[in-house]
Design a protein around this ligand. Structure first.
Ligand code: ZN
Length: 68
């Protein structure tokens, strides 16, 4: 879990493209199936695309604010 948060943090620093569509998706951080807003990141660390839910995005933002 902690590793995934760090991975997301690394990704956030590069691109944050907001995708708003009606389809459901599985969050790469919490693993839950969500509908609504998804946030897509490309991780610099692994080159992986990650899709996270709004809850996890807010969590990442909080962590980033703490780090900074
Ligand atoms: Zn999530």
């Amino acid at each position: 879990m902690k590793k995934k948060i760090l991975l997301a943090l690394a990704a956030v620093m590069v691109t944050a493209s907001l995708t708003a569509c009606g389809s459901s998706f599985t969050c790469d951080m919490c693993g839950e199936e969500k509908t609504g807003t998804s946030y897509s990141f490309k991780s610099t660390a692994t080159g992986e695309d990650m899709t996270i839910c709004e809850d996890c995005y807010n969590l990442v933002k909080d962590v980033m604010n703490t780090v900074n």
